[in-house]
Design a protein around this ligand. Structure first.
Ligand SMILES: C[S@@+](CC[C@H](N)C(=O)[O-])C[C@H]1O[C@@H](n2cnc3c(N)ncnc32)[C@H](O)[C@@H]1O
Length: 270
């Protein structure tokens, strides 16, 4: 195991629950909008366990390159273990999105799926993205819309403060307003900015899986969830399960939890 990675590594649960349920379908949507081309040099920024990196590597092919960068050693440990064998050469880098370890004009395409809102300074992150893109390049960045537009996640959020800290589930939705995204893109001096709303319904076949999926998955990305030691956290999650299952019951249809989810996708060109 890599130094500084907690044991057990919460990023394994993130990959198993959140990525496989939600981010596999969302990655397909992102790539349909980004239209990566064979031979392109791609950066997957805030790559997490690498779902976007892996998917784009097969599209840009052996003439292309894909770099997955993340600040979390735990995420990168899982990403490395899943490095694809075919397609583009993949490189994993640990680093901060607000200070990218790359030369100017290094990439044709920068992808960032649900990562920018976690940066300590999203404006600095967008300026860095613009710096490392070629003049003809593009950035395609997805960000959850506000919680009010995500009924199931909103129901989950309402339960969290009864057990963990108020606002612990807030960070993923902190850039949920398209007006703020447009302002940040303009501050970073992108010349061509498009913001597209995308909606996707996720089906969770066994609604009882929803609470553990969200709680364990969130531990890898949210400090409020990660703060407690593993055993204590698991006990807390056991206590929360019933409240969460009750809160999402209105969204269960014929035994399946139906989650309407929605994002803004920023497509920005230098
Ligand atoms: C919700 S996850 C998304 C991961 C991945 N893009 C995916 O689609 O599964 C957010 C990621 O942002 C990363 N992150 C947070 N702050 C960061 C920063 N300042 N620089 C780079 N990555 C960061 C986290 O470590 C985490 O892997």
């Amino acid at each position: 195991m890599t130094e500084n990675v907690p044991s057990p590594n919460p990023s394994e649960a993130y990959e198993r629950h959140i990525v496989q349920t939600m981010f596999v379908p969302w990655t397909a949507d992102l790539l349909q909008r980004a239209l990566p081309q064979a031979g392109e040099r791609v950066l997957d920024l805030a790559c997490g366990t690498g779902i976007v990196t892996r998917s784009v590597a097969s599209i840009v092919g052996t003439e292309g390159t894909v770099t997955g960068l993340d600040i979390s050693p735990g995420m990168l440990e899982v990403a490395r273990s899943l490095t694809p064998s075919g397609g583009a050469k993949v490189e994993w880098r640990e680093g901060s999105g607000t200070e990218l370890p790359f030369e100017d004009d290094s990439f044709d395409l920068v992808l960032c799926q649900q990562g920018l809102q976690f940066f300590p300074d999203a404006s600095a992150g967008l300026k860095e993205i613009k710096r490392v893109l070629t003049a003809e390049g593009r950035a395609v960045i997805s960000l959850w819309r506000n919680l009010d537009a995500q009924p199931v996640m909103k129901a989950f959020d309402a339960v969290v403060p009864r057990h963990i800290a108020q606002g612990a589930f807030g960070p993923p939705f902190s850039l949920g307003d398209s007006g703020i995204i447009r302002r940040l893109a303009s501050e970073a001096r992108f010349s061509n900015v498009d913001i597209q709303q995308a909606d996707l319904t996720i089906h969770v076949g066994n609604p009882d899986e929803f609470a553990p999926m969200m709680l364990r998955g969130a531990t890898a990305v949210l400090p409020g969830f990660a703060a407690k030691p593993h055993t204590e956290r698991e006990q807390l999650f056991d206590q929360m399960k019933t409240d969460i299952s009750d809160a999402v019951k209105p969204f269960v249809q014929q035994g399946t939890l139906v989650m309407d989810t929605t994002v803004n996708v920023l497509i920005a060109r230098p």
